[in-house]
Design a protein around this ligand. Structure first.
Ligand code: SAM
Length: 264
């Protein structure tokens, strides 16, 4: 997993781009409830990556620990916060073994994260350990509608792969979120999900195709090279035949969901 993130560190922001006003809304959704209850709260983000969620919060002057186990992702983040990072700390560590004291943080943030770990239970346990009573666990994710041309191209690829005898597994992220929710409920906690922002991204078929070719998304990583190569060659032909101008952009409707869990 680590090596994949090293490879995509510089393109990651392009694939998961938030317009500035959306970043602002997410930052408000994550900070407002905490600030209401705690003075000068301390945030921790596990799997902070290139700082898509972290940077807008750091820019607002909050104390923020951005933790990631991938140095390339953290380096991109380090460059972004140069000069505004007075209250930010970048920590290279594994979220399954957090180098922090019990009850020491006011909020833990995990965005697009749990599905990347096999033993996510350990990271969840660690997050709850370091949170102080009354603290918040925030999980967040981007969700797109499945009627876009981008989705259609991804589905076509899945179909091509099936034709080559390979079953592409998708939906791991949502399945894992459901598992985490169950675990939280079992602990007597009450996770509550809410859409905090929505927006439209314009994306051309050429870009959709490139994102698959460059294996940006984690659902592409497991496809063996000998299947991947012919599948994307066939997909490229299909895109060329289906879209007379592959640079014409189509809308993708996005929303960002935050699930909040408050500790007793
Ligand atoms: N939260 C950021 C966002 O939404 O833009 C980044 C999400 S990215 C999909 C997931 C990040 O988790 C990557 O930067 C990866 O290096 C990191 N990661 C994966 N496993 C990890 C682990 N065990 N401990 C810490 N970070 C990890």
């Amino acid at each position: 997993m680590t090596s994949h993130f090293s490879r995509v560190a510089f393109t990651y922001d392009r694939t998961r781009y938030h317009p500035p006003e959306v970043s602002g809304r997410i930052a408000t959704a994550l900070t407002a409830p905490v600030e209401k209850l705690f003075r000068d709260p301390l945030f921790l983000e596990i799997g902070a990556g290139t700082g898509r969620i972290a940077v807008p919060i750091i820019a607002r002057g909050y104390r923020y620990i951005a933790l990631d186990d991938n140095p390339a992702m953290l380096e991109v983040l380090r460059q972004k916060v140069a000069g505004v990072a007075r209250k930010a700390r970048l920590v290279e560590a594994d979220a399954r073994e957090l180098p922090f004291e019990r009850d020491s943080l006011h909020a833990v943030v995990a965005v697009h994260f749990w599905h990347l770990l096999d033993n996510w239970q350990q990271a969840l346990q660690e997050s709850l350990r370091v949170l102080r009573p009354g603290g918040f666990l925030f999980e967040g994710w981007d969700q797109s509608d499945d009627e876009s041309e981008d989705w259609r191209i991804q589905q076509k690829w899945k179909e091509i792969l099936a034709g080559l005898g390979y079953t592409l597994v998708r939906g791991r992220h949502q399945a894992r979120l459901a598992e985490v929710e169950k675990a939280l409920i079992r602990l007597g906690l009450e996770p509550k999900a809410k859409t905090v922002a929505d927006w439209v991204e314009m994306r051309s078929p050429r870009t959709s195709l490139e994102m698959l070719l460059e294996r940006i998304y984690s659902f592409t990583w497991e496809v063996p090279e000998e299947v991947f190569r012919p599948s994307v060659a066939e997909l490229s032909q299909w895109v060329a035949a289906t879209y007379p101008d592959p640079d014409v952009e189509y809308p993708i409707n996005w929303k960002f969901v935050v699930r909040s869990t408050r500790l007793p």
